[in-house]
Design a protein around this ligand. Structure first.
Ligand SMILES: [Zn+2]
Length: 110
């Protein structure tokens, strides 16, 4: 299910699960999920309707990885190598390559 955003707030907060912006999962878990919020924000935890809670990147973490990889490809990265970047962000080679493909695509169209 989709998150139900409370219109009373300017930031995205879901009325059902209580998750806020950077902690929002791909799909709504359907119940209060405050306990998982930090982990969704800082590490690798996401909720997907078909899979439940999974050790995958949430939308926020995907952006973090994307930005880090983008900087790396533009030689503006604090990381010395892409391996260092992957370890720091907890990304597997496959996940990194998926993001890299997206970056090459985005670059092509900008
Ligand atoms: Zn929700």
């Amino acid at each position: 299910m989709k998150h139900t955003f409370n219109e009373a707030y300017e930031i995205g907060i879901c009325d059902v699960c209580g998750l806020v912006e950077g902690s929002l999962t791909t799909d709504c878990p359907g119940e209060p999920s405050y306990k998982q919020a930090d982990e969704v924000y800082e590490r690798k935890l996401d909720y997907r309707s078909e899979e439940g809670w999974v050790s995958k990147f949430s939308p926020h973490r995907q952006r973090v990885l994307y930005t880090a990889a983008w900087d790396y490809h533009n030689n503006r990265s604090p990381y010395g190598s892409k391996e260092e970047l992957m370890i720091h962000l907890g990304a597997t080679k496959e996940e990194y390559n998926t993001v890299k493909k997206q970056i090459l695509k985005d670059r092509h169209f900008t």
